[in-house]
Design a protein around this ligand. Structure first.
Ligand SMILES: [Zn+2]
Ligand SMILES: [Zn+2]
Length: 307
């Protein structure tokens, strides 16, 4: 049994609350970005140990799991999505889904899952040093992608319609260039990349029109990595895809090795979350803060609930 200490609030929670997120059935206790303390000693864990729950409960026996892709097991049950999550004081989680995090603060631990989504997407994209990459959508997921793309020594471009978010990417993350998507995005990308367009484009917008527009941003021979997910279909022009011999891939959840990479990056100070967590509240204030934090104009990057 775990005692929950921090809960990160994310886009999935807002969309699920509004009934706009795939894979959800109701009623459901939300909460998948967690930091916890072991409530009672059992097996290799002692009471008081700080742990990060890996919220993807996978089967471990299917070909997908055996191939190492536990993040997209066909029988996956994600805490806070398919089964009840961590917006509660005590919560059971199987020991095999816990990772030790004693040397990190609870606030750092509660950002691990969110950052691991970005780490996983970057790992899938197989970036090369010096390669231009772009990230459309600079919410918490896009920010995670940008951090790990920078650590992979790619040259990074942030794309967003929100000037405050672009400012954050420039000043805090240190991206190489920013594109305001309210203007001519493709022209701006061509200018930055000397006509070539980025080789890898990540979508983290969660907006179908933006996902469709992103096909135009990918350079010839490049890849589009769809990190966001929307309900319904998205479409693209086949001649565009074909002419560029574009690879399209999705990136879903993360694996334990992504979690390890994130925790190492937090330990080494390669990622500093002091400006990532912008808003905090107490457990009994969630209902009141929740809808407010879903509004980007409030300047929320990551909201955190403290218990
Ligand atoms: Zn999340
Ligand atoms: Zn499986």
């Amino acid at each position: 049994m775990l005692r929950i200490r921090r809960i990160g609030i994310c886009g999935t929670d807002f969309h699920a609350f509004a009934g706009e997120q795939p894979y959800f059935e109701y009623p459901r206790i939300l909460g998948h970005e967690l930091s916890a303390e072991v409530a009672e000693s059992s097996g290799e864990f002692n009471a008081g140990d700080t742990v990060v729950p890996v919220p993807y409960i996978h089967c471990g026996v299917c070909p997908t799991c055996l191939g190492g892709k536990t993040n997209c097991c066909p029988s996956i049950r994600t805490l806070g999505v398919h089964i009840d999550g961590g917006m509660r004081e005590l919560m059971p989680v199987p020991a095999k889904n816990l990772m030790r995090a004693d040397d990190l603060s609870h606030e750092q631990v509660a950002t691990v899952e969110c950052l691991a989504i970005g780490a996983h997407a970057v790992r899938r994209a197989n970036l090369e040093q010096g390669q231009w990459i772009a990230v459309a959508g600079t919410g918490p997921i896009g920010i995670g992608v940008l951090h790990f793309a920078r650590l992979a020594k790619a040259r990074t471009i942030a794309i967003d319609v929100n000037p405050d978010r672009l400012e954050y990417c420039r000043n805090i993350i240190g991206v190489d260039a920013c594109v305001d998507a309210r203007g001519e995005t493709v022209d701006q990308l061509r200018e930055i990349t000397e006509g070539n367009l980025p080789q890898k484009v990540f979508d983290a917008t969660g907006v179908p029109a933006a996902m469709e527009a992103a096909f135009e941003y990918v350079g010839h021979g490049g890849a589009l990595i769809l990190v966001s997910i929307v309900k319904g279909s998205i479409s693209f022009a086949d001649p565009l895809l074909h002419a560029r011999e574009m690879t399209i891939m999705s990136s879903r959840n993360a694996t334990r090795s992504d979690f390890s990479l994130v925790m190492d990056s937090l330990r080494d100070g390669k990622i500093d979350i002091s400006t990532f967590v912008t808003h905090r509240c107490q457990f009994d204030e969630i209902a009141e803060k929740f809808e407010h934090w879903g509004n980007p104009s409030t300047g929320v990057v990551k909201g955190m609930v403290e218990l």
